[in-house]
Design a protein around this ligand. Structure first.
Ligand code: EPU
Length: 419
């Protein structure tokens, strides 16, 4: 298994380009199943997760061509069964259920497995399908949904941890081909949901209100092929801005969308960094002493759970006491034990991390446990004295396109060590 080796302490400067969003690309690729006609999706990041999704689409019968960031998909004829072997590697595989149900009026998809960031139920997705008239059965590790016909309905998708992103996507994708109007209350407002709604509308769907808590979908008879550019990845953007804060002289991210990362740039401003935004570029600069922070993760537009681990790395070396509360996935703290091995002082109290900033971290061998935790360990390694080796790099490859190469461009001493 590959490792990433970092010689810490090199100041970062310069600029890099942000890739297309993983969490937009996954449901949008799945949504191409809703039409028989070809679709072209551009700025699809080259990641193992997007490649898994393309494998699932191929298994279902789609013809897929990929040339760098552009993917052409034609699903003239598809089947509606995605077995365990095909979907087990990625939880986001669940987002093929909505389009399969919409187009084929049935789907059998293996239940997603557990996840290191905590329990990841799909009860809200299923509640939405049932509201549209589908019968739902879970048997033999598979989710079976079927409906002779889907009928528009009012459904509230808010759960005890707030709205569900992929649940909103899934119900929206099933509802676009239902009879009548569907109202999704308690919808997720994430930019990725808006990107999907924009794509569906280009295919001929009638979706209104994406980006608000109420989405209204007026069902249509059929959808057609179209072209689409995926939005910039706001979590990759945030991760590079934190890299710039943790050890930068001043770095710039290009092809980003500043409006999507306001919670992160506000957090960096509160910590005392200087942040400048121009058109589609964002720069972060040190600005004297940095300050500790109290922050809670929230659904969009709040501070994203997908940036919590990276912020934990930054605050570990920020003088004073910082407090992070994780409200979306309360157990998402796998990075803490590894950061402590590098000298961080973090106490976990339930879903809250109390961080006593230290003067410096020391490089160490550390193990990545999930995508964002891995990014946090890389960021800590950039700051640490000496050598940090992050193993299980496949987690990083799931969601960051060329992370090591982009950090090298900024001046980091970082290399991928092939196993
Ligand atoms: N939840 C339920 N029932 C459901 C669905 C979700 O209780 O049926 C709970 C979850 O357990 C969690 C909360 O609702 O406590 C929010 O989960 P959500 O459904 O929004 O998560 P998701 O849609 O499965 C997406 C991203 C995650 C990101 C979350 C939250 C994709 C492919 N994944 O997951 O991204 O953390 O939204 O913003 O879009 C990542 O990229 O590293 C990642 C994990």
């Amino acid at each position: 298994m590959d490792k990433i080796r970092i010689h810490g302490g090199r100041p970062l400067s310069g600029s890099i380009k942000i890739s297309g969003s993983k969490n937009s690309a996954l449901p949008i690729l799945a949504a191409t199943l809703l039409t028989k006609e070809p679709c072209t999706i551009r700025r699809v990041p080259d990641l193992s997760d997007t490649n898994y999704m393309l494998q699932i689409l191929k298994h279902l019968g789609a013809e897929v061509e990929r040339a760098s960031g552009t993917v052409n998909i034609a699903s003239a004829r598809i089947e509606s069964i995605a077995p365990y072997d095909v979907v087990r590697k990625m939880r986001a595989s669940v987002c093929v259920i909505g389009p399969l149900l919409g187009r084929c009026k049935e789907a059998t998809v293996s239940m997603p497995g557990g996840c290191v960031i905590g329990d990841r139920p799909i009860d809200l997705h299923l509640r939405g399908f049932e509201a549209l008239g589908a019968a739902v059965r879970v048997e033999g590790g598979n989710i079976k949904v079927f409906a002779p016909k889907l009928t528009g309905a009012v459904v509230n998708l808010r759960g005890k941890f707030g709205p569900t992103v992929l649940g909103t996507d899934n119900v929206m994708m099933a509802a676009v081909l239902a009879d009548g109007t569907t109202v999704i209350e308690g919808a997720a407002q994430e930019p990725e949901v808006v990107d999907l709604a924009n794509f569906l509308n280009k295919m001929g769907a009638k979706v209104e209100g994406a980006g608000t808590r109420r989405i209204i979908v007026e069902g249509v008879k059929e959808l057609h092929g179209t072209e689409h550019d995926i939005i910039p990845d706001r979590i990759e953007t945030g991760t590079f801005l934190v890299a710039g804060a943790i050890c930068g002289k001043g770095i710039t991210v290009k092809r980003a969308d500043a409006a999507h990362v306001t919670a992160v740039t506000n957090a960096l401003l509160s910590c005392g960094y200087r942040v400048e935004t121009k058109a589609d570029t964002i720069s972060v600069f040190p600005n004297g002493t940095s300050k500790p922070l109290e922050i809670s993760t929230e659904p969009y537009p709040g501070f994203p759970t997908d940036m919590q681990a990276q912020m934990c790395a930054l605050l570990s070396t920020t003088k004073g006491i910082s407090v992070i509360t994780e409200n979306i996935f309360p157990q998402r703290y796998m990075h803490v034990a590894e950061l402590k091995r590098m000298g961080a002082q973090v106490d976990l109290e339930g879903s809250t991390a109390v961080i006593q900033g230290v003067d410096h971290l020391l490089g160490a061998p550390v193990m990545a446990s999930d995508l964002r935790a891995s990014a946090a360990l890389v960021l800590a390694g950039l700051k640490a004295e000496g050598v940090t080796e992050v193993s299980r790099v496949y987690h990083i490859d799931r969601g960051y396109e060329h992370l090591d190469e982009k950090l090298s461009e900024l001046g980091a001493e970082i290399e991928r060590v092939k196993a």
